[in-house]
Ligand binder design. Structure first.
Ligand code: NCC
Length: 278
């Protein structure tokens, strides 16, 4: 049904969408020795040397241009950005602090993203994802990922063992998908949630309070896909491959911020999962 309240939805996400990363304990990764290979510390604020009270999730939407939100965004304890979204040259609107960068497997597999040489992927915690089959056959996934992230991951871990770099467990992605479907009347497409939704829920697990920028569009809503390139396509905001519209409806339902913050800043406020005591 689609009739859960915001707080009920928050509870459902908290209990059903437990954060999971590949830890090398399951096959085929266990046999490949990945348990010694993934970061020793779990994906948690402690691994990044602090405690996150406030966090910002910065969508790559074109609508963030001319927002002047940069300073506000940088004032958070942690900032999550997506894929190849740059800060250089856009500081006034998006800030320049990056704590976590969430990347899909295209970033690691396609030459055009220069994963190995770009400044975007250094000095941050990296979190990557790729959609395994819903059946969660990990061997099948390892043999045939959507885009090959495993080769780059192994090389990166060898070259930069001190940089925290995690791969999300595909079961986590499909648990999020299940929550979206169970709160949506229509049958949604059997594709994983967008990076935007994954990053938002991920930060709810790591932070006491999360501000999400330009996910639910502000009054600046535009068909400019990204703030950093001249591509116009409404589907970037409204969705095509990902169940984007439904994800956004769920996040909007959980919004604890004001209408003005949404309209003017494109800002949604979410309580983190560990903040029940606040
Ligand atoms: O565009 P993308 O997403 O990198 O954007 C990150 C997240 O921001 C939210 N968004 C983006 C644009 C917009 N106008 N409105 C938004 O709300 C979305 O929640 C989005 O997830 C992805 O989800 O990983 C995606 O990645 C791109 C692309 O692979 C990467 O940018 C690398 O080039 C996908 N585009 C294509 O494959 C062509 C996109 O569909 C999803």
């Amino acid at each position: 049904g689609g009739s859960k309240s915001g707080p009920e939805l928050h509870c459902q996400l908290q209990s059903e969408a437990r954060l999971g990363t590949l830890d090398g304990s399951q096959q085929p990764f266990a046999g490949l020795g990945w348990s010694h290979f993934v970061p020793r510390r779990p994906l948690a604020p402690a691994a990044m040397g602090s405690d996150f009270k406030t966090c910002a999730v910065v969508m790559s939407a074109g609508a963030i241009l001319n927002s002047s939100l940069g300073e506000e965004i940088d004032s958070h304890d942690a900032v999550l950005r997506f894929n190849a979204a740059p800060t250089k040259g856009y500081e006034r609107d998006v800030g320049n602090k990056t704590t976590i960068r969430l990347i899909n497997s295209q970033i690691m597999a396609l030459r055009k993203h220069h994963f190995n040489s770009s400044y975007l992927y250094r000095n941050v915690t990296l979190v990557a994802w790729d959609p395994a089959p819903y059946s969660l056959n990990l061997s099948e996934w390892y043999e045939n990922p959507d885009f090959d992230l495993f080769t780059s991951y192994v090389r990166w871990r060898q070259d930069r063992p001190d940089q925290p770099f995690y791969i999300l467990h595909p079961a986590y992605l499909w648990r999020l998908w299940d929550v979206i479907q169970s709160n949506t009347q229509e049958n949604i497409q059997p594709n994983p949630p967008s990076s935007g939704f994954i990053g938002t829920v991920l930060m709810m697990a790591l932070c006491r309070q999360v501000h999400v920028y330009e996910y639910v569009p502000s009054a600046r809503q535009t068909d400019l896909c990204h703030y950093y390139e001249e591509i116009h396509d409404e589907a970037c905001t409204l969705g095509a491959y990902h169940p984007l519209l439904y994800e956004k409806q769920l996040v909007q339902r959980m919004n604890a911020g004001t209408c003005d913050d949404l309209r003017v800043k494109g800002r949604v406020t979410l309580q983190g999962f560990g903040s029940d005591d606040l």
